[in-house]
Every structure is written in structure tokens, then in C-alpha cells.
Write a protein that binds this ligand. Structure first.
Ligand code: PA5
Length: 446
């Protein structure tokens, strides 16, 4: 059993059930090839076993998180792409919406190295001048430019603030076990280090120390998070789980059936602002895994009802190449009722006494029906509530759905060759040694 339910009934005006079931055997075959490691990119399947493998690291991660938290008001997580999105997605999903203003002993988690904005870094350094802080620097390759720049700046700042010996105790590096500039630097400076396993790609690494250490630093229960993922894994790979009961396979089949019918863009929809970064993480996972060889569903996202007042018009009436996948959260954590007002000048008494969550759900149903009427197929993913366990399930579900979906498209879901092209141009423009030929070529184009 899983806590996560997938519902494709509202896509059936647009694809037949048979179109979806046509993928049944293929999905099951691809699931087997993941298990037996016989498909494309089979040297990058270490993420499949992270729910169990990472348990061995729990004591160490909790102990480091405790030490760092005791002396830090802020922890800056430095990383980009898969090296920060998973952690941010889970921390934001679990955090108080206004955590910066809550009196707690857990540090605030800030991020750096996910952009090259001078003003962002300036403002961050200005805040860090006034606060006690520590750094977690994450780069699997150890050579990515954005986090490398941020780390150089922040390391300098930290060493000036605390002196080198104390700064050394306030830095944890998460990187490759033997190669890359960050690995070399960490050894030289004797930083506490965690390893990103060779066979785990960045966007599949949230269940490794890459996600777990920042999530633990933010004060959340990573053991339960892993347990959710582990239970989803057991369910997905169990021989007794039928295709219909296997949400990852059903999801992969539905989105491919829709894609085949010309629905080229999938919009991940949430009605809870704390899920905003779950969609960002999902976009990276699916975009980098599937978008290659001139194919792949384009992953987009919106937050409703907010974006109904911006993107709603396009979704309702624009190009009919969209389908929506809605993450529905059944229960809110807290209850607030809309109060009665004796004057009723705002004319809202017709909903007084109702819970805000009920109104949000009505907005969800109303929107779904309107979008279906407008020609937008709808897939539903429901979880009972947002907590560590259900997020662990959701993450593992999306990862398997992505791998199977990539195999259906006949691409390698675990590489990202296209990401290198901008880097080559940037290095050429910045005059990086070894890029002299590219520099000459690119200068001719400017
Ligand atoms: O999923 C991926 O592999 C990428 O998005 C990487 O996570 C991203 O490019 C950062 O790479 P690295 O961790 O090597 O700095």
C-alpha cells in the first residue's frame, strides 16, 4: 500500500483507457530492466537503493547536523541543479512558511551557488556579517563553476570571520569520492566530507547526503523521509503489485499516452505554496532526464490559485498542447474557519464557517473541470498530507516514473549531455585555460 493515489479518470476524454494500457507490458519490462540493471544508463542506478543504503549514514548525518546547528543561525547550502533542488524542495515543503520569523533553535537554510548574481551574493554576505553560520558545499563533479565561485567567496568570508581552524569546523563538503577540485580542496583543508556515490546522478540524489544533511540541518526527520521512500520502493517492485496499483507505472503510461496524442507540455500544478520547489525539483528531474534527441515532454509548473490570475487564461484557452498533473494534498496541517461578519459588506457570509482548506479544494475541483472543458487533460496525484513520510514516497514515485518514462521514449534518462554546451561557451568567453580554440570561434560570432 502507498499513501499516494494516482487518478487518470479525468484524462479519459482525451486518451482511451486502451491507449494507457497499451503501455502496461512495456512499463513492466522497463521496471524489470531497472531492477536487473539492463537498460540504458545502467551504470547510474545507485539511486534505486538509496532508501536502504543511506540508513547507514543516519547517525553520522544527525550528529553533524547537531554540531553545526548548535553554533549556527544560518547554514548556507552551496550547490546547483540536483545538488540543491531536492533539499530545497523538501525543506520548503516541511518548513513553516515564515520560518525566518519563528523563534527556533534550528538554523535557517539559505542557498548559494545556484546563480551567478553579484547582488545576490552581496546581500547574502551582508547578512552573514551579522550572523553565526556554517557552509555545506555540494558538487558531485566538484568542478561546477557557479558553486565554485560562491564557495570561494563564502569560504574567504568564513575564514576572515572565524579564523581558519574554526572555519574548517564549519564546512562540510559533499562530493565525489576521489576526483574533482572540491574533493582535492576538502582533503587539503581536512573538511568533513560525505560522498555522492559514483552511480547516483545529481537529480536523483536527494535521498543521499546531498539532500539528507541539509534536510536534517533544517530540523526534519530524515529517517522517516527514507522510510517513506523505502515503502514506496517495496510497493513498486513487489511482484504482487499490479500495473493498476503501481502509481509510478500508471503515471509513466498516462503521460506517454498523452504525449503520443500531441500533449507535449506537462504542467505540474500545486495548490499549496510550500510545494513550489517540489515542482522545481520535478522539472529538473524530468527535463534533464527526457529532453534529448529532439524529444521529450516539456515540464512546466504553476501554483494555484495564485497563477490562475496569471497563467490561467493561457491554460484555459491557449495552444492545446498542455496537460496538467495536479498534486492534491487532502488535509491541511492547521484549521482556520472563515468568520461570520454581521455587516457582510464583503458578501462572504455564504462561506462563513467553512475551513480555508475546503475553499481551496473547491477551487481545485472548479479549476480542474474548467480546464478539462477547455481541452486540458488532467492527471491527479493525491497525498493525505505533507509530512516527511509522504514526501519520501512522492520522491521515489517520481524518480521511478521518470526512469520508466525515459525508457518508453527510448532515451538514457540518467545523462545530460546537453548541459555541457553552455558551459563550453562560457569557459571560452571567460578565457579558461584549455578553451583557446573555442574562444577564437565564439569571438567570430559576437
Ligand atoms: O542532475 C544533474 O546531474 C545536474 O543538474 C547537476 O546536479 C548539476 O549540474 C550540478 O552538478 P555538480 O553536483 O557536479 O556540481
Amino acid at each position: 500500500m502507498t499513501n499516494l493515489q494516482i487518478d487518470f479518470s479525468r484524462a479519459l476524454n482525451f486518451v482511451d483507457k486502451d491507449d494507457i494500457y497499451a503501455y502496461k507490458n512495456e512499463c513492466q519490462k522497463h521496471l524489470k530492466s531497472l531492477l536487473n540493471k539492463t537498460g540504458k544508463g545502467n551504470d547510474f542506478l545507485g539511486w534505486l537503493d538509496l532508501p536502504e543504503d543511506s540508513k547507514k549514514l543516519l547517525d553520522s548525518i544527525y550528529s553533524d547536523a547537531k554540531k553545526i546547528s548548535a553554533k549556527s543561525e544560518i547554514v548556507v547550502v552551496i550547490g546547483i541543479g540536483g545538488s540543491y533542488l531536492g533539499a530545497k524542495a523538501i525543506i520548503d515543503a516541511l518548513n513553516h512558511h515564515f520560518s525566518a520569523f519563528k523563534n527556533t533553535t534550528t538554523p535557517q537554510i539559505f542557498y548559494a551557488g545556484q546563480n551567478i548574481s553579484e547582488d545576490y551574493l552581496h546581500d547574502l554576505l551582508e547578512v552573514l556579517d551579522q550572523k553565526e553560520y556554517a557552509l555545506v558545499v555540494i558538487s558531485k563533479s566538484g568542478t561546477t563553476t557557479e558553486p565554485a565561485i560562491a564557495f570561494r567567496l563564502l569560504k574567504n568570508h568564513l575564514e576572515k570571520k572565524y579564523g581558519k581552524p574554526e572555519a574548517q569546523k564549519r564546512i562540510v563538503a559533499i562530493t565525489d569520492k576521489e576526483k574533482g577540485a572540491l574533493k582535492e580542496l576538502s582533503e587539503q583543508e581536512d573538511y568533513k566530507t560525505y560522498i555522492v556515490p559514483d552511480d547516483v546522478g545529481g537529480r536523483y540524489s536527494v535521498l543521499s547526503p546531498v539532500g539528507l544533511l541539509p534536510i536534517a540541518l533544517a530540523g526534519f526527520d530524515i529517517e522517516t523521509f527514507l522510510k517513506g521512500a523505502e515503502d514506496m520502493k517495496k510497493h513498486i517492485f513487489s511482484d504482487s503489485t499490479s500495473f493498476e496499483d503501481n502509481p509510478a507505472l500508471v503515471y509513466a503510461a498516462c503521460r506517454n499516452a498523452l504525449y503520443k496524442r500531441g500533449y507535449q507540455t506537462e504542467i505540474m500544478v500545486n495548490y499549496e505554496p510550500r510545494l513550489f520547489y517540489i515542482s522545481e525539483w520535478w522539472k529538473q528531474l524530468y527535463g534533464e532526464s527526457e529532453g534529448k534527441e529532439n524529444k521529450g515532454i516539456f515540464p512546466a509548473s504553476v501554483s494555484f490559485t495564485t497563477d490562475l490570475h496569471s497563467m490561467g487564461q493561457y491554460i484555459q484557452d491557449g495552444l492545446r498542447i498542455l496537460f496538467e498533473t495536479v498534486i492534491s494534498v487532502k488535509n491541511s496541517k492547521h484549521k482556520i474557519e472563515i468568520p461570520e461578519d454581521k455587516d457582510n459588506l464583503d458578501k462572504l457570509n455564504y462561506i462563513s464557517g467553512k475551513q480555508i482548506n475546503e475553499v481551496n479544494h473547491k477551487a481545485e475541483i472548479a479549476t480542474t473541470l474548467a480546464h478539462i472543458d477547455g481541452g486540458v487533460p488532467n492527471l491527479g496525484i493525491e497525498i493525505p498530507e505533507i509530512n516527511e513520510y509522504n514526501l519520501g514516497q512522492l520522491i521515489y514515485f517520481f524518480e521511478i516514473g521518470c526512469a520508466v518514462s525515459g525508457y518508453i521514449l527510448d532515451v538514457n534518462p540518467f545523462d545530460q549531455p546537453g548541459v555541457e554546451d553552455y558551459k563550453k561557451n562560457m569557459f571560452a568567453l571567460l578565457g579558461k585555460p584549455g578553451f583557446e580554440e573555442e574562444t577564437k570561434k565564439i569571438k567570430k560570432r559576437l
